[in-house]
Design a protein around this ligand. Structure first.
Ligand SMILES: Cc1cc2nc3c(=O)[nH]c(=O)nc-3n(C[C@H](O)[C@H](O)[C@H](O)COP(=O)(O)OP(=O)(O)OC[C@H]3O[C@@H](n4cnc5c(N)ncnc54)[C@H](O)[C@@H]3O)c2cc1C
Length: 392
């Protein structure tokens, strides 16, 4: 049967695309269906910071490490826009610096290289950083960045050309089924596709497929506001730049003994209210991407988050950004919102309404760093195998 596959994947974001990749590597016949003409959700709206250093030690740090290796392996074959730029955490106080030094020691024990930087060394590496902000830093030279508006499109083209992926954009799936005749998907035009297994990686879309499953889940939607300056070719800001508020926010640092001494009250309440922590990344055109903010809503109220981009919140972000960096031009060329789903109780949401159907979403704010490693592990765990030739 022409429309019959070992695996059908719904959704061509990072989770769906990397599941497809690892299934193809096992020799499976894979169909990837994407509702938009080009994916344009979280996977293209993010910073492109691939930072295992920010993950909690254990399972998700290991997914980050595995992702890093896979990004680099694919980049060696095909330009995904991965750049070996490294990442730096900037401490804004002696206490944050102590946390970074403790993390450095933990990473040494884990065999994950990092380098403690003095304040002067930070400013040598990142001349735009203000002396008054920076108490020192921790650098991960092995970490990489990507251009999110390019990465997924290049990856999909590579999967089609190199691995024979059957990729169908502009194909919204309206139903996923499993019955005595097998499993499959039906698109909005009524076309049917049969698959031994179906994987639903539909990101923050909770209305088209399995709305009742999502309504009963503890998933929530998170909205992030992002800004980008005009191109600043005279500024050199290589790699992912993470700041004191990131040290306070990222799970990686909670294991450090001094973390408990970082008092929430030391952070401006307005920044806390909107979940603001400052990250920077200079895109290849020289513009500096600045973010981000976090507003949460349960799925029943998610629509209310969708529309506005608040200038008040953007101004809070910019005021904090100006405290950290000295840029020659702070005019903003563009602003946008990004959205991701996350579970309140788990690192990722997984549910199988049938042994042949697997919903995987809600990876939260760490998908560019970990989706690849998670997908590799998940494809192995599902034990996906090829259909006998007569059925394919
Ligand atoms: C602003 C922002 C900044 C971020 N920065 C970083 C970062 O620097 N580093 C990091 O590690 N992570 C970052 N993240 C998180 C990361 O981007 C996400 O975790 C990741 O992209 C989620 O991937 P996904 O595949 O689950 O979802 P998505 O990218 O949302 O993909 C889901 C896809 O499914 C498609 N789809 C949905 N329903 C259907 C259907 N019925 N039929 C067909 N197709 C369907 C959608 O169109 C979409 O393309 C950031 C996120 C945001 C929003």
């Amino acid at each position: 049967m022409e429309n019959s596959y070992d695996l059908i994947v719904v959704g061509a974001g990072a989770l769906g695309a990397f599941h497809a990749y690892f299934a193809l590597q096992r020799g499976l016949k894979v169909l990837l269906l994407e509702k938009d003409a080009r994916p344009m959700e979280a996977t293209v709206r993010n910073f492109g910071q691939i930072v295992p250093s920010g993950m909690a030690e254990g399972e998700w740090f290991e997914y980050g490490r595995a992702s890093l290796a896979t990004y680099q392996a694919i980049q060696a074959e095909c330009d995904l826009s991965i750049r070996p730029t490294g990442s730096v955490y900037l401490a804004s106080s002696a206490l944050e610096m102590q946390v970074l030094e403790e993390k450095h020691a933990r990473y040494r024990a884990l065999g994950y290289p990092s380098q403690v930087l003095t304040a002067a060394a930070c400013r040598q590496h990142l001349p735009a950083v203000r002396a008054g902000y920076c108490a020192g830093g921790l650098r991960f030279a092995q970490e990489v960045t990507a251009e999110p508006d390019q990465l997924i499109h290049r990856l999909l083209a590579y999967l089609v050309a190199r691995w024979g992926l059957d990729y169908r954009p502009a194909t919204a799936v309206r139903e996923v089924t499993a019955g005595s005749a097998g499993a499959g998907a039906v698109d909005a035009r009524g076309r049917r596709y049969a698959g031994a297994q179906v994987l639903v990686c539909s990101g923050r879309d909770f209305q088209l497929l399995f709305p009742d499953v999502f309504a009963q889940s503890d998933l929530q939607l998170c909205k992030l506001q992002m800004l980008a300056t005009y191109p600043l070719p005279q500024v050199r800001l290589p790699g992912a730049v993470l700041t004191g508020l990131s040290i306070r926010r990222y799970a990686a640092f909670r294991a450090c003994p001094s973390f408990a001494q970082l008092r929430p009250d030391d952070v401006d309440p307005a920044l806390r209210q909107w979940g603001i922590h400052l990250l920077f990344k200079q895109a290849v055109d020289g513009s500096v991407i600045i973010g981000d903010t976090h507003e949460y809503a349960d799925l029943a109220d998610a629509a209310a988050l969708d529309f506005n981009n608040s200038d008040h919140i953007n101004q809070l972000v910019l005021a904090e950004a100006r405290r950290i960096l000295d840029l020659p031009d702070w005019r903003i060329q563009r602003v946008w919102n990004g959205y991701y789903a996350q579970s309140k109780s788990q690192e990722i949401f997984q549910h199988s309404p049938d042994p042949r159907i697997h919903i995987v979403t809600g990876i939260g704010g760490k998908g560019m760093t970990t989706a690849c490693g998670f997908a590799q592990h998940h494809v192995e765990r599902l034990g996906l195998s090829r259909l006998p030739p007569s059925a394919a």
